[in-house]
Structures are given as C-alpha cells and as structure tokens.
Design a protein around this ligand. Structure first.
Ligand SMILES: [Cu+2]
Length: 151
C-alpha cells in the first residue's frame, strides 16, 4: 500500500511537471489495463543472411527499478550492431517503456508502455551511441534514461 501511494505521488508529480501538456495519456492506472497479447514480438528471424555475425543474437535487457524509483537498474548498456532485441521488464505498477533514440534525437524503436510485466522490441542499430529512455511524460526528465553503446 505504501508503495502504491508513493507511486501515485510520483504520477501526480510527473503530471505537475508537464502540467501544460496535453492529457491524452491519462489512461494509465485505470486498473483495466490489459497487456494486449504478446503478438510475436520476437519478429521471427527467418532470413539469417542479414547482419551476418555468426548467429550471436544481440540482446539487451532493461529493467525498471524494483524499488519504484523513476529509474532503470542501469544507465548504460552495450549491444552489437545489427538487429538487436530490446527486452524490458517492469516490476512496478507504474507504467514504463524503453525507447531507443539515435544521436539526431529520432526515436527508432520502443517497447509497449507496460506496468508489472515485460515486453520486447527489435531495433536495427549501427555502431554509434544511442540513448535509451522512458517515453512516459516526465519520466525521462526524472532520470529514466541512459546510454546505449553499439559496437
Ligand atoms: Cu517511465
């Protein structure tokens, strides 16, 4: 209960931060959230020709702070260039996602916004520095971001 109250306070705080923004994201926390069935997020890799590297599937795992803070458990990660599976686990009742942004500020992929669950997405990465962050309003500003280095 304490935890929930804390999370709720955080939600209020984040809305306060973006008070002038639109309110088209107010559906979170309604309780009726159903994580739409896992529609094969693993984007079946039929053609292994692309990306070539000896079958080493590139995967990066992210997790939101189990203690309920607006943070991931890490602020840096590395991945191999090519098709990278981004796994996200969120133990919090507060909804989060993981989005990946390139150096020009363009979001190139993101997971579903989820609470108490997990989701994954596949992004195509080149050797460069990317930023991963939570796209829920206010969360990135509060600290839910980090650097994804691709080699
Ligand atoms: Cu978040």
């Amino acid at each position: 209960m304490k935890k929930l109250a804390f999370a709720f306070a955080l939600i209020l705080a984040s809305f306060a931060l973006v008070a002038c923004g639109s309110d088209d994201e107010t559906t979170t926390g309604g309780g009726g959230e159903t994580t739409s069935e896992e529609s094969g997020a693993q984007a079946g890799g039929g053609n292994g020709a692309e990306g070539g590297s000896a079958g080493s599937a590139a995967v990066v795992d992210f997790e939101a702070d189990p203690d309920g803070a607006l943070a991931y458990t890490t602020d840096s990660a590395t991945a191999e260039a090519g098709k990278v599976t981004v796994n996200f686990t969120n133990p919090q009742p507060l909804s989060h996602d993981v989005a990946v942004e390139d150096a020009s500020g363009k979001t190139i992929g993101k997971t579903e916004v989820i609470g108490e669950g997990s989701d994954s997405t596949v992004v195509n990465l080149k050797p460069a520095d990317y930023t991963f962050y939570c796209s829920v309003p206010g969360h990135r500003e509060a600290g839910m971001e980090g650097t994804l280095t691709v080699e």
